[in-house]
Design a protein around this ligand. Sequence first.
Ligand code: ANZ
Length: 965
Amino acid sequence: MSETNPAATAAASAEAAPHRYTAALAAEIEARWQDFWDVDGTYAAPNPTGDLADDAELAAKPKKFIMDMFPYPSGAGLHVGHPLGYIATDVYARFQRMTGHNVLHTLGFDAFGLPAEQYAVQTGTHPRVSTEANMENMKAQLRRLGLGHDKRRSFATIDPEYYKWTQWIFVQIFNSWYDDEAKKARPISELVALFESGERPVPGHTRAWSELTAAERADVLGEFRLAYASDAPVNWCPGLGTVLANEEVTADGRSERGNFPVFKAKLRQWNMRITAYADRLIEDLDGLDWPEAIKLQQRNWIGRSEGARVDFPVDGERITVFTTRPDTLFGATYMVLAPEHPLVEKFTPEAWPEGTHEAWTGGHATPAEAVAAYRAQAAAKSDVERQAEAKDKTGVFTGVFAVNPVNGEQVPVFIADYVLMGYGTGAIMAVPAHDTRDFAFARAFELPIRCVVEPTDGRGTDTSTWDDAFSSYDAKLVNSAGESVTLDGLAVPEAKARITEWLTETGIGEGTVNFRLRDWLFSRQRYWGEPFPIVYDEDGIAHSLPESMLPLELPEVEDYSPRTFEPDDADTQPETPLSRNDEWVHVTLDLGDGRGPRPYRRETNTMPNWAGSCWYEFRYLDPHNDRELVDPAIEQYWMGPREGLPHGGVDLYVGGAEHAVLHLLYARFWSKVLFDLGHVSSAEPFHKLYNQGMIQAYVYRDSRGIAVPAAEVEERDGAFWYQGEKVSRLLGKMGKSLKNAVTPDEIAAEYGADTLRLYEMAMGPLDVSRPWDTRAVVGQFRLLQRLWRNIVDENTGAPTVTDAEPDEDTLRALNKAIDGVGQDLEGLRFNTAIAKVTELNNHLTKAYGSGGSLPRTVAEPLVLMIAPLAPHIAEELWRTLGHTDSVVHQDFPVADPRYLVDDTVTCVVQIKGKVKARLEVPPTISDEELEKAALSDEKVVAALGGAPIRKVIVRAPKLVNIVSG
Ligand code: ANZ
């Protein structure tokens, strides 16, 4: 790379031309303007209660709130892939500032999280120390890119002034319940009032509310609170010493980090009742300007299924199943319970019923034995493994029969691992003729398969000849006539409606909606997270801390690492780091609830690192407010609903598509709770979402498959060589481990940040992944050099512009560029915007000569156009052109429509069939206009010589034929 490095060549000749745009000059310009912008507060966005209030002009501007998914300050720092989105939002924000918007753009840090804690375990460094050092490093890296952030608004989620409000929100969620009728969250005190007045019966109790003990009341309320503790089965990972979210567990039941075994264990955990919002989380997607793919992923994650619950009587108990196909009830020939289903213990008989099929017993002497053995086997598998379509179906008979309510038939009840406890009711009616998994199971266990939906593919209703289930919805019911209900002849949707009606009438079941979404497990057994604002009294009842006791700061502990155990020891229990600080855990407090000072024990779990990113958009608005989360007037201004739309929210939110569900779902959920409780004005946090692509990089591997340093690989004769050995090349991720990371610092040092910005934006459409190619960066450096040379005298540094009028061609090129670049920047098409600037600059170089003198009226809009993309060079050129104000708040140029018409076409004018003149006319010219133009043309007038015109035939825009004489 070094032989051909033009930056180096340019530097060598810098003496000859001291004001040439070289890497050194770029570095000097960039550092100078970055300092200036900081001191000047160029990017400070005024709030409606502050500067905006006294400035009518500012107040009249529409607002734009532009946001990036904020980074985790990793110890590895940034590589060139990371800032792609940050540069894009910066370009867009700059363009918005130049088109009359009050723009809020800043960046904070999502700074709690496991990596700092694991680093702490390895090195003994306090997570705060390493995290802060990483943030400083990242801030310096980001500053070098010239990002126009309002730094007054930046914060980190680990700042106590910030997490005070994360804790405060937790308290609000804890102290509220979801009113299914009003379809919104309400304060829990209102529910208590309903119980007290008797307006609402107290579930699970026949006594009045006033007669319940404190513990009983707490239990009742726990069933309603939007944040509640429960003894849920969780993913316990002894090797990491912590509990993991489902998403942190791999398909084969191991931890994503560290690859340790994960076990199901029952632990007292905090949960968020996000399921209460399932319907609204689906419905409100419609009003959002998000990629369809992300909306679909959210819908699938929430997984709404309409179906029915049906009760099957068995031995004085009943099995309730959830089915999406109640229409197939007549085809239910057996049932399956999840192995963990609580009913299983209740009805295991002592012996196998007479004539039990051998295959059903699993070779065990009694049902109890068979069930116990099968349960142990199932417990060792993950949900994903259990559900795999292709896997052999296993299970055992429980020894009991249930009654199919629609026809009174006895159907055997099995346990099998393909039915999950965590979905629906954990029990199914099996319809092997019409469900693929049931079909496979029925074949394996020789169970009857009864066709109740007539196949439309010609296979007939004799299931003994079938190879698979028939599961189409577009068909009619057969074999479904009972004493009290008949479905025969109905199409599937009608049959569903009919049977659901019957189930409801008879009380055997009812229509119901089931969601795949689970409540959000919110506890982590870690140190480096927000402490819960919760204390337990002597009866073990949880109380939230009053606002005056927030923030509850993370205490110092001697050893902040989680206690880990033998990875295979499933019987262990986590020991939270916070529990090791006795003084902090055991406190006497007056919670201000009238009970006076009392001893309490603090909650010693911490919140998951999603918590801090659930609401940060609100805090950017009013980051230093110590009275409330955000001033309502400020929140309303930046986030409030806009005309014609159901919600408000951030105007543009840019980040990776990997955050399709968790972060975006959690943030939407918190917004909705805050909205319901009246703390914010938009029920949706992010109006427009955009996913940037990834910057990929070539990975070079030697013959052993080991990655070699990409920077040292040479290309020769179409092959790649490292230290004399041929290596292979593949496109992959960029990163330290693949030895192909390129840092923004290296590129900025070699060419300047403006070149880096341009290169990243020029690489391709923003939403598409693209391979990094260091050798191609120079192309953008050359563009900036040519641009510079077109405006600045390289010897004197003075501007070369003149007051001359630009020629027609130049005006056309200029106005087309202005128009196109503006549209592209608005549409986030930065690559084509750069192409248009390049084209214009090339035109100017040709028209006025390299280093020639541009008309000022061309040079200025050129600088303004490049300003959002390459702000440092633009600021420098703008000042060089004699301006005293920053380029940042100038108006983006507006195209003159006269120069936007397409190029002209040539019209031939004939007189008596002979060509007498040619006219350059717009292609859209009308017949009348063209006739007028032809008849007044000098040559035509001369050729006619005053002869009378008999007829004019016009074929706009190409031909005018005049018959004269
Ligand atoms: C009878 C039936 C007949 C079913 C038929 C399907 C087809 P979705 O759409 O994903 O909600 N099911 C219910 N609970 C289950 C559990 N805990 N574990 C495994 N499977 C379960 O799927 C709902 C369907 O999945 C239900 O409808 C049930 O099988 C099964 F022709 O009931 B169906």
